[in-house]
Design a binder for this molecule. Structure first.
Ligand code: AMP
Length: 282
């Protein structure tokens, strides 16, 4: 695996690969890699001749300075994991490389970014679009891989790719979970021992809510999930919305969509965790 720090160098390497007719797959990450990330890398390696992974903790997408400062960084472990997964290029730029000057671009994704993460993390998706568009311009991949754990992010990236007319196929990959159901996340390492024991309740409650949903209204299910989790002193639900999985607009009745998805953000102590689940209402 080649480790590349500059855009120019990455472009040089990848243009040679493309001249040879090789397809390029790309997985953008913020590092502190776990098996959830590696599942994306595995898919990327399987689908493409060349797999590029980026590690960059993007300051413009953090609306909370403390979250940025405490974001875990494990560069050596990341390199080992990527090498054994068969990644060909690790792109690990500096902040100056990605933002030689402040990025003043303002994206407009309409309703997609007005709800859920967009509502509770002002500026977050604008920062995501800034960095992912720059990374796309640097790697010019044929395909790019994103996890469904960040459900809204996938929708935003698809919208951005369309807006910018980029010839990149966006591929959404399923959520990887711990054996107890907890969605894998780089932030999980920040949980205390007690919080670690409680955090799986988020996924368990979402799963239980799919059984509870039979014959119940959207409002009942929303209250069930929110109340169950808020009963735990260590948890505070920031939002739980059942939305149309395509438009991300909240639904009031199951008949409003063929693709209902429940999206949640919960503070477990100080750590903010997100997760989601699809309902199959017959
Ligand atoms: P991050 O490093 O948190 O920005 O994540 C990089 C990519 O990995 C994003 O597309 C995430 O959605 C994806 N990802 C993170 N956690 C998981 C997981 N548990 N399962 C699948 N994909 C994930």
């Amino acid at each position: 695996m080649k480790i590349v720090n500059s855009i120019k160098e990455l472009k040089n390497f990848l243009s040679k690969e493309k001249e040879n007719g090789f397809s390029v797959g790309f997985v953008p990450t913020m590092g502190a890699l776990h098996q959830g990330h590696i599942s994306l890398v595995n898919r990327c390696v399987g689908d493409n001749h060349v797999c590029v992974v980026s590690i960059f903790v993007n300051p413009t997408q953090f609306n909370d300075k403390k979250d940025l400062e405490t974001y875990p960084r494990t560069p050596e472990k990341d390199i080992t994991l990527l090498e054994s997964a068969g990644c060909n290029y690790l792109f690990a730029p500096s902040e100056h490389e990605m933002y030689p000057e402040p990025d003043t671009r303002v994206f407009d994704f309409g309703q997609l970014t007005e709800v859920m993460e967009g509502e509770h993390r002002p500026g977050h998706f604008n920062g995501v679009a800034q960095i992912v568009s720059k990374l796309f311009a640097a790697a010019e991949p044929d395909r790019a891989y994103f996890g469904e754990k960040d459900f809204q992010q996938v929708a935003v990236i698809r919208a951005m790719t369309k807006q910018l007319h980029l010839p990149i196929q966006i591929i959404a990959c399923p959520i990887l979970r711990e054996a107890d159901g907890l969605a894998m996340s780089s932030r999980n390492v920040r949980l205390t021992k007690e919080q670690c024991q409680k955090a799986p309740l988020i996924a368990q409650t979402l799963k239980e809510s799919t059984n509870f949903a039979v014959g119940k209204s959207v409002k009942d299910v929303t209250a069930y999930v929110t109340d169950t989790l808020n009963k735990e002193p260590v948890m505070r639900v920031e939002y739980f919305d059942i939305v149309d999985g395509y438009t991300l607009l909240s639904i009031n009745d199951w008949s409003e969509t063929t693709y209902p998805v429940g999206c949640i953000a919960v503070f477990c102590g100080e750590v903010r965790l997100i997760d989601n689940i699809t309902y199959e209402i017959k």
